[in-house]
Design a protein around this ligand. Structure first.
Ligand SMILES: Cc1cc2nc3c(=O)[nH]c(=O)nc-3n(C[C@H](O)[C@H](O)[C@H](O)COP(=O)(O)O)c2cc1C
Length: 410
């Protein structure tokens, strides 16, 4: 390993860096008052991007950046849960001392509730940046008019973003994250971008898929190009299918976007943030960890989770879902994976990791490329009559609050 001598995570020299072609000069990203050295955002991922994972990603990003190599957004929290004082939601929006700027993601369907939640976050000084989620494709959310199908109702969308921007004030920029639309016949990203820009959002991020696509197929970067051409006053961030630093540079070059949002590509590969920071700094360094180094990183992840949950058992149980991602492509047999996925304590983890062939080198392509959620397109579930008008009917408005009761991501 060539580039990690300053890392607390990786100490033993291993595989050499690749000689990746690097294009373009370093580009910074400006989000309201914040200038981010590397134009990269860790995508909010419910169940994944808790404080432990964010810190791990930051530690890697900092290896090649003057700051932590990006913005690291928390797990989505519903504004209703905050307003109703749910303890767990308040815990999720409370960031650690080592996290600056603090990026919180909110989801809400009611302008007054969104406004109140943002005011409460401001009163408690909990965020330096608030991202609003308008991309969730989960049927139980969209069937009630929430998530990725909400921007179809342009006036409601406008009122929600406006409420957040007003309540956040100039010091706390509000950004919007959305999809192409409900399906190809009901695209919303152009209107959403124009509205976000008009009402004072600090940036708009576009996941190049429709709600119908969920996570299937390939993200359509052409929509990001189109949005970038349309939106001239605020940064446009591109999202979808970035698996390497080269992909990120390619998306910037192809679409002209101002920054990239990276989700599944870093699941089990938090070191991707070092690669991304190196890539944007024009350096060829890429981390290619041996199995022993992956084990060390997994161990670090466990320690950070214990710090976050203040409960070793819960931390190790949470880590289980990351195990398959960490070892994807490495020679770790099914039986061992299964045993790792039932670990209960740090001592248990250590004992199991010690059994691995730690000298095993970086496997190359097997570790790279798509990972995480994929699947097939799914019918978009929307309330009856939702698509016939872009105005919110009284009937739809009456049931919309149900779209905020039980959600899980975007
Ligand atoms: C497990 C998981 C959880 C997610 N949770 C959220 C979320 O809470 N908020 C959000 O806006 N998007 C969420 N997303 C969507 C991602 O932020 C991102 O838009 C999507 O994965 C596409 O980017 P990628 O191709 O880099 O993964 C989630 C995605 C996954 C895979």
């Amino acid at each position: 390993m060539t580039t990690v001598e300053t890392s607390p995570l990786l100490s033993d020299p291993a595989a050499p860096a690749t000689s990746a072609a690097v294009t373009g000069p370093r580009r910074t990203l400006t989000i309201g008052p914040h200038t981010i050295d590397t134009p990269v955002v860790l995508a909010p991922m419910a169940g994944i991007t808790n404080m432990a994972f964010r810190l791990l990603c930051r530690e890697f990003g900092a290896l090649h950046s003057q700051d932590d190599g990006g913005l690291f957004v928390g797990e989505m929290v519903t504004t209703r849960a905050l307003v109703e004082g749910h303890k767990e939601s308040w815990r999720l929006v409370t960031m650690g001392e080592r996290e600056t700027p603090r990026s919180v993601q909110l989801y809400g369907v009611d302008p007054a509730t969104v406004r109140r939640a943002v005011e409460m976050i401001r009163e408690r000084d909990l965020a330096d940046h608030i991202d609003l989620n308008f991309g969730c494709p989960v049927p139980k959310v969209t069937r009630r008019g929430g998530g990725g199908v909400l921007p179809w109702k342009t006036e409601l969308f406008t009122r929600i973003v406006t409420a957040a921007v007003e309540a956040a004030g100039p010091e706390v920029p509000v950004t919007v994250k959305t999809r192409i639309g409900i399906d190809d016949e009901h695209q919303t990203f152009r209107d959403a971008g124009l509205i976000a820009q008009e009402v004072g959002a600090a940036a708009i991020a576009l996941h190049g898929r429709t709600v119908v696509q969920h996570y299937s197929g390939e993200a359509r970067w052409g929509a990001i190009t189109e949005l970038k051409e349309l939106i001239t006053d605020i940064p446009v961030l591109g999202n979808g299918d970035i698996w390497s630093a080269e992909d990120a540079l390619e998306m910037m070059d192809q679409t002209g976007c101002d920054g990239v949002v990276v989700g599944r590509g870093c699941q089990g590969r938090p070191w991707l943030f070092a690669d991304l920071a190196a890539g944007f700094a024009g350096k060829p360094d890429r981390i290619q960890p041996s199995l022993g180094e992956v084990a060390q990183i997994l161990r670090r992840h466990a320690e950070l989770l214990i710090e976050f949950f203040e409960d070793e058992g819960r931390a190790l149980r949470d880590l289980r879902k990351h195990v398959a991602w960490y070892f994807k492509g490495y020679p770790v047999g099914g039986e061992m994976r299964h045993r790792l996925a039932t670990m209960e304590s740090l001592a248990d983890l250590d004992a199991k990791l010690a059994e691995l062939d730690l000298e095993s080198p970086y496997p190359g392509a097997a570790v790279e490329g798509p990972r995480g959620r994929a699947g097939t397109p799914k019918k978009a579930h929307v309330p009856d009559g939702w698509l016939s008008s872009r105005e919110l009917s009284t009937e739809h408005a009456a049931r919309l609050h149900e779209a905020e009761l039980d959600t899980s991501g975007g």
